[in-house]
Design a protein around this ligand. Structure first.
Ligand SMILES: [Mg+2]
Length: 349
């Protein structure tokens, strides 16, 4: 009977242990990707205020938006600040307080496109199988508090949208955030850099590609209209994916055709998020392509382990020949170089 061979510490080469440890650390990293969504007419078939909020003020939706538009035009006002102001003004004569809890309540009534509710778990599960972690973000000009009340709020890492400042008794008093089409782009930078808080000005600091929380080529933006153009353009120009969606029932495609023709988006599809939809199929292709690139990147990083050590060894070797240094210093560099050399796989000179 053959004697059982027991490995002793002396039989293990330090370079093998080092390489394995570094390789394991590289291979255990789980790459992230982000999917960013506009809300109105992207995840939901109409403007979120239209369903319950505006009727609760005794107004028709068209009437409210017409008034808001006039207010903006005659006062050179931002459209979002105009509707936020108008909501407060219109609620006062009714002695109705516009509170955060009321918004959350009303948010429950917002309808969503087909398949939206199960989309997130299906996407997360598919990506998980491919070794990718997906984070979902809302970037909307609509009202954050309404989205927070919706059934899908829990799916998002962050909800970036317009919101109110509330008095101590919980009544909306003043805009805290007014998100319009151009300042929507700041949130793409926040997600990429991992500088998430709205007040944090470090979002403007320069950051190297390797330090990004989510590199731009792993960001997807989904929107429906002209207000999404700056985000679509930013994401697409930085190597990410921009998608235009249109209402599947109305089938009005002017906007997506125009966006595609103007190279703002890389794909368009009906806003159908169900299992068999074109959108789900395309998103799986995006995840596949990100996963394939990540595999190549991981292999390159593993190959780079001895290469980087070799570069250090070469530099130390040069220093050990440097005549400007004392003999003691040259000896020190030589002995550290010898140590490093012992950690590099393969024969080198
Ligand atoms: Mg929209």
């Amino acid at each position: 009977m053959k004697a059982l061979e027991i490995a002793t510490p002396n039989q293990v080469e330090p370079k093998d242990v080092l390489h394995k440890t570094m390789e394991n650390s590289i291979r255990s990293k789980k790459p992230r990707m982000a999917i960013c969504y506009d809300f109105d007419k992207t995840l939901s078939p109409n403007d979120m205020q239209t369903f319950t909020l505006i009727p609760s003020l005794g107004m028709k939706s068209d009437e409210f938006w017409e008034e808001t538009k006039d207010l903006a035009i005659h006062n050179l006002m931002d459209n979002n600040l105009a509707w936020m102001y108008q909501l407060i003004v219109r609620s006062k004569p009714l002695r109705k307080s516009i509170s955060k809890s009321y918004f959350h309540e009303v948010g429950k009534d917002i309808p969503l496109y087909n398949g939206v509710e199960s989309w997130f778990s299906r996407i997360n599960e598919y990506a998980e199988k491919k070794g990718i972690q997906v984070e979902h973000y809302i970037i909307s000009s609509g009202l954050k508090e309404l989205i927070e009340g919706s059934s899908i709020a829990k799916e998002f890492s962050r909800i970036y949208a317009s919101s109110y400042y509330y008095s101590p008794d919980g009544v909306a008093e003043w805009p805290a955030q007014a998100v319009n089409y151009t300042n929507k782009t700041q949130f793409i930078f926040r997600i990429a850099k991992g500088i998430f808080e709205e007040y944090d000005e470090r979002v403007n600091d320069s950051m190297q590609e390797k330090d990004l929380y989510i590199p731009y080529e792993k960001i997807v933006y989904i929107g429906d209209s002209a207000t999404d153009i700056p985000c679509m353009r930013l994401v697409k120009s930085k190597g990410g994916f921009s998608i235009g969606v249109y209402d599947p029932d109305k089938d009005e495609r002017d906007k997506v055709y125009q966006l595609y023709n103007d190279h703002r988006i890389s794909y368009y599809a009906p806003a159908d998020y169900s299992d068999q939809s074109k959108l789900f199929s395309y998103m799986k292709q995006i995840i596949d392509s990100i996963a394939a690139k990540e595999i190549m990147k991981t292999e390159q990083e593993v190959l780079n382990i001895p290469v980087e050590m070799y570069a250090i060894y070469r530099d130390l070797k040069k220093m050990s020949d440097e005549t400007l240094l004392s003999e003691k210093q040259r000896d020190d560099f030589s002995s550290i170089g010898g140590l490093i050399r012992g950690l590099i796989e393969g024969k080198i000179e």
